[in-house]
Design a protein around this ligand. Structure first.
Ligand code: MRU
Length: 373
């Protein structure tokens, strides 16, 4: 365990933009994967060390690490870990990596970043089928570092593109945690907010507590407070109150999957917020990198929704809040249909409806091509 490991990400990631905004909560050290245990925040900052594939699967499943891009990065390191520990031939390693991909992909089904990252790692491995196990090991670790670094770069680009959407003296409402903790650093929905604040713009954030896992209260509030961004923590059922009072200028959330028609999956409660935003004439923005975009699914109905343990609803921090034995449900995500989304903020630019053709254009165009509004 280490004490304060929140240093500049540049210390551990090879190519990195110089900033003090990003911090590190996923790292590779001495052939093991280190993670900040997000379940313990904000009370404790404790590191977990993953030394086996099983540790990595558990970390994702149990939400020691969470957030779509962050679990993608973690899964990539999980594949690198398998390679690091393999003793046999390259052919045996390829078989182990195929099995590891299946185990990692099954750990959480909704965020496509996970399967996207493991597929990329497996493709790289297959492309090196004739290499020695050592070369393959080094190549896979390099690829996992690259996935981390690219995610961070995409967060910064999302921040730059999203800045223009935040009105002067903007009051922004966000849900769940789509910040540095949910990515390689900086975040998606929180990226424009963080950059606006850093550049001296007056900004204020309403943070939904996000029951039942409390990512807003525990993680977003923690991140924004550390960064000095003014915030007000509210319970999920207060959003409509502040919208009706005219105190919310826009909503920005992240996504776990954006599909071909522009429907998105995000943390449970996102759909309700989008309906409320439309009812009050408030823009509703979704910030997501291309690793979250899945054009293989036609619409939101096709997205698998993770059903988590109902005990996460009937308890808070281990304390029962409901009658013992009561039936409860815990769908961890919901679908927001495209017609409720004012714009998607991606690393390549801001996309407004109609989404289908623009998403196709974006995903098939070289990264240097900017999608314009
Ligand atoms: O269950 P979680 O905490 O992994 O859910 C996270 C979210 O829903 C985020 O909004 C999403 O992953 C985007 S993170 C940049």
């Amino acid at each position: 365990m280490r004490g304060n490991y929140y240093g500049p990400l540049a210390v551990r990631v090879a190519f990195f933009m110089s900033t003090n905004t990003a911090y590190q909560h996923i790292w590779w050290e001495g052939g093991t994967l280190g993670l900040l245990d997000q379940r313990l925040l904000p009370q404790q900052e404790v590191a977990v060390q993953c030394t086996t594939l099983g540790d990595v699967v558990y970390a994702i499943q149990s939400m020691q690490v969470r957030g779509a891009p962050a679990i993608g990065c973690t899964a990539a390191y999980g594949m690198a870990l398998v390679a690091h520990q393999a003793l046999g031939s390259t052919a045996e390693l390829l078989a182990q990596l195929t099995a590891a991909k299946a185990a990692l992909d099954a750990s959480r089904p909704t965020a496509v970043n996970l399967a996207w990252a493991t597929a990329r790692m497996l493709q790289v491995a297959q492309a090196h089928a004739s290499a020695s196990p050592k070369v393959l090991r080094d190549t896979l670790l390099h690829e996992a570092h690259a996935i981390m670094a690219e995610d961070l770069a995409m967060c910064y680009a999302i921040g730059e593109h999203g800045l223009a959407l935040i009105p002067p003296r903007g009051h922004v409402l966000t849900h769940c945690n789509a910040g540095g903790l949910a990515t390689a650093g900086l975040g998606t929905a929180l990226a424009p907010i963080r950059l606006a604040y850093e550049r001296g713009r007056s900004i204020h954030v309403f943070v939904d507590e996000t029951r039942p896992f409390l990512q807003g209260a525990r993680l977003t509030a923690w991140e924004l407070q550390r960064a000095g961004v003014p915030l007000t923590l509210i319970t999920d059922n207060m959003s409509a109150y502040f919208m009706r009072k005219g105190e919310v200028d826009c909503v920005i959330v992240g996504a776990d999957r954006v599909v071909a028609n522009g429907d998105i999956a995000n943390k449970i409660g996102t759909y309700g917020l989008a309906v409320l935003a439309q009812a009050h004439g408030i823009p509703f923005y979704v910030a997501a990198p291309s690793s979250t975009i899945d054009l293989t699914l036609p619409d939101g109905d096709a997205i698998p929704i993770e059903q988590r343990d109902p005990a996460e609803v009937t308890t808070i921090a281990g304390h029962n809040i409901a009658p013992v034995g009561v039936q409860a449900a815990h769908p961890a995500f919901d679908i927001t249909p495209n017609h409720l989304i004012t714009a998607l903020i991606t690393e390549q630019g801001v996309i407004t409806p109609p989404y289908a053709s623009k998403l196709r254009q974006m995903m098939h165009a070289p990264a240097s091509i900017r999608v314009v509004r």
